[in-house]
Design a protein around this ligand. Structure first.
Ligand code: GLY
Ligand code: MN
Ligand code: MN
Length: 420
């Protein structure tokens, strides 16, 4: 009997990460980059941090809005950021002893300034400071869709507000070495979660039990959240792209699709593997699996700066994967399989699991992306997706999730371990 408990404990020994892997100087540099753009535009930028009330539905704990966090590293609720060409202001809510009784002492204006921002003011100073700065500026940038900026609209009246996406998103798309290390950590912990699931999965188990095994690994390692609700689909559920009820009992002879990953120190991972529950793919499952893997490998081999994730563009990675799928294998009716690849090929990953970066944009060195083709055949109850994370480099790409096997035989060999 393989000492399963030790195997699982060994997998769990992923080192915990420092609370914030990004140094204060890097946040300062990010703001400096934005302020350089503000100088060119003669503009100010206003960002609203997430508030305790909007996140405090008792189901999830507070977490900061990603763009606000990117520019400040600030993790407390109710803050506001004002950047100008020459200055920076963090506005914080005053002390609220009633709230503090529930969620603890918050940093308040007047505390010794450890925020890394030049000016920390009480939130009630926002309006007057904003108008002083606006007098010297021509434009206002804010995140219209993300922030609740109706109060900002009220303040600015007819003055148009432009989307700050064009200022912030290009910066977020190029990951720094510290960000890459943070993402790699989230990937490593999530890989350990997948390996734990491979040892656990067995006929008779419920999907939520596999999900629990996986989330436990990354919560044990100190990660704050799942990057997205765990997708654990057995048999027919493997064909539902974002299936997350996870309440079905799995059976021998079926595949199990697991699209599960953790968010650690605010950075997301996103990994999918599909395994045979009884340890060995059927001939048909293996055929479909190998087509998805072939398509993924073809696309990964082509990743380099200038290529694009989108479908209908020049230099399309999606087309490489689609053409592979559409020219290998057949449906039960003898049709090509392309029509069963029903989603995008990949996306950027970072502070958000779907990080900024339009699929039509040419990739650049420093992007972190997923490549995740799939084939989903409801009439056969077979869904296969294989999703890996890559760092785009000057000449190609580095696979960040290489430590998790995807070759069908390697997966079967790993599953074989659990029987010993
Ligand atoms: N897990 C969501 C996605 O793969 O995009
Ligand atoms: Mn993905
Ligand atoms: Mn995914």
């Amino acid at each position: 009997m393989f000492p399963r408990i030790w195997a699982v404990l060994a997998l769990l020994s992923v080192p915990a990460f420092a609370a914030d892997p990004i140094q204060p100087d890097e946040y300062r540099q990010r703001r400096a980059n934005v302020r350089e753009k503000l100088a060119k535009e003669k503009a100010v930028l206003v960002l609203y941090g997430a508030s305790e009330d909007e996140r405090g539905d008792l189901r999830s704990r507070f977490f900061q809005e990603a763009n606000f966090y990117y520019l400040t590293g600030w993790t407390e609720p109710g803050a506001r950021l004002l950047l100008t060409a020459t200055d920076e202001f963090l506005f914080l809510p005053p002390r609220n002893e009633v709230k503090e009784r529930y969620t603890g002492r918050k940093f308040v204006p007047g505390d010794p300034n450890t925020t890394g921002l030049a000016n920390v003011l009480n939130l009630n100073r926002f309006e007057v400071t904003f108008f002083q700065q606006l007098d010297k500026s021509e434009k206002i940038f804010a995140l219209l869709n993300i922030n609740k900026n109706s109060p900002l609209k009220r303040l600015t009246g007819q003055r148009p507000i432009e989307s700050a996406a064009s200022l912030i998103f290009p910066l977020r798309q190029i990951k720094s070495p510290a960000e890459i290390a943070a993402i790699q950590h989230s990937a490593d912990v999530s890989i350990a979660a997948h390996k734990a699931a491979w040892l656990r999965a067995a006929s008779g188990l419920f999907e939520y039990q596999v999900s629990a095994t996986m989330t436990n690994v990354y919560f044990e390692a100190g990660c704050e959240r799942s990057s997205y609700p765990p997708i654990v689909g057995s048999g027919p559920n493997s064909t539902i792209l974002h299936y997350n009820r996870n309440d079905r009992r799995m059976d021998a002879g079926e595949v199990l699709l697991m699209d599960v990953a953790g968010e650690c120190s605010m950075y997301a991972a996103d990994i999918t593997r599909t395994i045979p529950i009884n340890g060995k793919f059927s001939t048909r499952q293996r055929e479909i699996y190998d087509i998805v893997l072939g398509a993924q490998r073809a696309a990964i081999a082509a990743v380099k700066p200038g290529m694009r994730l989108a479908k209908e563009t020049e230099n399309s990675l999606h087309k490489i994967a689609f053409d592979y799928i559409n020219s290998h294998g057949k449906s039960l009716k003898g049709e090509p399989l392309g029509k069963y690849f029903t989603h995008g090929l990949g996306h950027h990953v970072g502070l958000d699991v779907h990080d900024p970066g339009a699929p039509v944009q040419p990739l650049e060195a420093g992007n972190v992306i997923t490549i995740e083709p799939g084939i989903y055949i409801p009439e056969e109850g077979i869904g296969v997706r294989i999703e890996d994370m890559l760092l785009v480099t000057e000449t190609g790409a580095k696979l960040l999730t290489a430590a998790l096997p995807s070759d069908a035989s390697a997966v079967e060999n790993y599953l074989h371990e659990r029987k010993r």
